[in-house]
Design a protein around this ligand. Structure first.
Ligand SMILES: Cc1ncc(COP(=O)(O)O)c(C=O)c1O
Length: 393
């Protein structure tokens, strides 16, 4: 048989999605891959039911159904205080995943460098490899996941083409401050670099933290490619809807990449999702309140049973420190992956090994998410109590 491409040998399948498959096989509570176990808002489901009979069922406009592009342009325009042209500055994609891939392919040639904070959402490694780009990693340092400004500037001095910025950050839960974003923006201007932002958790941000869209900072719109998604904001991860917004010249390139990657996002789902994108501010306030309750319930619960975890500023992920377990005789020399696999079988809760997010050699963190009903989170905490009890033996 002829050889497969060199590029596919350079990355593995997604560890996050692999943990879901193992979790399903064991009937565990899946707190690994981040998606809700509750319904999307009723108006979206009603719209979907209507679309089933009224259509559209054929290809949408490749770059996005006009009504969805208009709704996204209005929503993002409000967020960044600038008029967005729905025809030239918006591209609807198959999820934030395709938005990120299209953005990297649009601006990077093989051999180009891309600055990425570590830890990072695991797709970025594959995005870079598939487009031939080479990541330059800059650490976000625990526990606050701050970055060293000098280290970041050193990375920019290596002539990268782009920086990828996940804000709010998966897996750290960090929400970048205005000062941090301004500093990154200044570097991007000084070194003439694009910033590709992944803002899929833009509406899951906890008080007093605030999501600041990078494209809205003074003088940055022309070099920021905003990638976001409807997956998390409207609890529709299976609908596979995301988008890119940026300057028309860049979107022109992105439209070509998107066209030949997927032709377009699903037409009936774009039509139904439009209802959500047109929601007023109340919806986003309720979403924030919902996830604030879940975060507090879950993090309080983890702390109460004696597990060490961070409290995210945004997103729905928690990093739990497993150092004390790895020091026990039973787990001596284990990897975080082996620990997560053991947890699925013996505790009945699935997590993601932290090493899949870090460039550095980090083996002591696992990621759990709390996009679950309170009953499910309570049951997960009951099971995790069995795990915590090992520390008391
Ligand atoms: C940071 C981040 N970006 C992108 C995605 C993918 O989003 P989508 O479902 O829209 O492809 C996820 C999903 O977990 C994510 O956490």
């Amino acid at each position: 048989m002829p050889q497969l491409s060199h590029r596919v040998s350079r990355f593995t399948d997604s560890v996050i999605r692999r943990m879901t498959r193992i979790s399903d096989a064991h009937g565990a509570i899946n707190l690994s891959q981040g998606f809700p176990d509750f319904d999307p808002p009723k108006p979206l489901m009603d719209a979907l039911a209507k679309v089933a009979y009224q259509g559209p069922h054929q290809y949408a406009v490749t770059y996005g159904a006009p009504n969805l592009c208009q709704a996204l342009a209005r929503k993002h325009g409000r967020a960044i205080g600038r008029q967005i042209d729905p025809d030239t500055q918006v591209v609807v994609t198959c999820g934030g995943t395709e938005a990120m891939m299209s953005a990297v392919m649009t601006v990077c040639d093989p051999g180009d460098k891309v600055v990425v904070f570590s830890p990072f959402y695991e797709n970025y490694g594959a995005d870079a490899i598939l487009s031939g780009a080479e990541p330059i990693y800059v650490p976000l340092k625990p526990p606050a996941f701050d970055f060293d400004r000098q280290e970041l500037e050193d990375a920019f001095r290596q002539h990268p083409k782009a920086m990828i910025l996940c804000n709010p950050s998966n897996p750290t839960g960090k929400v970048f401050t205005r000062e941090e974003l301004t500093f990154i923006g200044e570097l991007a201007c000084r070194y003439d670099v694009f910033v590709i932002t992944d803002e899929v958790y833009e509406h899951i941000v906890f008080d007093p933290y605030q999501h600041i869209p990078m494209a809205g900072l003074p003088g940055l719109f022309d070099r920021v490619i905003t990638c976001s998604s409807l997956s998390k904001t409207y609890s529709i991860t299976g609908w596979r809807l995301g988008y890119l917004i940026g300057p028309a010249q860049v979107m022109e390139g992105a439209k070509k990449v998107h066209d030949f990657l997927t032709v377009g996002a699903p037409a009936p789902l774009q039509e139904a999702a439009c209802v959500g994108v047109n929601f007023g501010e109340d919806y986003y306030k309720e979403l924030k309140a919902l996830y604030t309750r879940k975060r507090d319930f879950f993090c309080d619960g983890l702390e109460k049973i004696g597990l060490d975890c961070n409290r995210p500023q945004g997103s729905y992920f928690v990093l739990v420190d497993i150092s004390r377990f790895l020091a026990l005789e039973q787990f001596k020399g284990w990897s975080d992956l082996a620990f997560c696999e053991w947890m699925i079988g013996h505790i009945g809760v699935a997590a993601v090994p932290g090493s899949s997010f870090f460039k550095e050699d980090v083996n002591h963190l696992i990621r759990l998410h709390f996009a679950r009903s309170e009953e499910t989170l309570a049951e997960a905490l009951r099971r995790l109590e069995k795990l915590a009890a090992l520390l008391k033996d």
